[in-house]
Write a protein that binds this ligand. Sequence first.
Ligand code: HAM
Length: 345
Amino acid sequence: MPEQYRALQGFKDILPEEQPYWRFIENTASEIASLYGYQRIETPLLEETSVFRRTSGEGTDIVEHEMYSFDDRADKEGRRQNISLRPEGTASVVRAYLEHGMFKMAQPVKLYYMSMPMFRRERPQAGRLREHHQFGCEALGESDPAIDAELIGMLYQIYTNLGLKNIRVNVNSIGDHNCRPQYIEKLKAYYEPLLAECCNDCQTRFSKNPLRLLDCKNPQDQAKIAAAPRITDNLCEPCQEHFDTVKRYLAFYDVPFEIDTLIVRGLDYYTRTVFEFTSEIDKVALNGGGRYDGMAEIFGGPHTPGIGFGVGIERVILELKRQGIVPPQRRNRAPLWPTLGRARK
Ligand code: HAM
């Protein structure tokens, strides 16, 4: 097959033999999400670039290097809009929540999206696609830590119902606009004398996105990360109380979680609770999520706390296969035209 007729690098066909895995995840996840009161939403694949740029953050890898953005054709007045293929789902859901006045409804508004394609022009490597699909849940309009625990507990139940074992639930708090700036100053003061020995990426992160220094995977920088000040030792009182309550409720939901103070997330909109579930074997993130209490205000909307997660469906399928889990057979359906069937006999 000539090279030009292959799917683009990082893009994948989903062949018939893969379909049972997709249906298995979609059915299990949507059934449980519905039981918890989440309703389905679908948002457009294309949005104004600023929807993502302003929420994910200028210094993030997604905004700086990975978005598929382009100028649309000019309108009648000759104006061109810069638009982007969606790299993630949360900003679009919050945009839709505000656009459709959902803040006037009873809160929280609980929404889920299923198998929505996301586009990120990542460096090609195992487990990283340029088009991937997410199942996500977003609960908007509730600041009570009980919903953080409920959401994480629900997600754990989804993995359990899929039959997955040895899933690690890693939780952290990254504080809020009160305590995080002071923590970042502390982190920078710690890193400044070490910077010359740090990798190139860390040198850039130091000025652009210091929290991401903790996310460096370079072996030479691991000892520095281990000795760095921890965000959880620097939370303000309300953030500490929120985090303590989340942990207490998670125990109530019987979720076997661990605190991982290095979870900082790759998007700038997070506040307080953040979490990732990983496969115990290869430590790959199956999902990521957290609170984003300031996002609605970025769009000019009313203060609206929110929390959610996005599950990478392709990664969950890899994990199902790795654990030897076979999707259940589809139940035999009644024939669509029973009378026709009878007539043929
Ligand atoms: P995220 O961590 O960037 O979060 O992506 C969520 C999940 O999508 C990841 O944990 C991973 O499983 C999968 N994923 C991400 N990038 C790729 C890729 N290049 N190839 C394959 N799978 C990938 C978000 O997108 C947030 N919007 C999640 C969220 C919802 N936070 C609050 N609400």
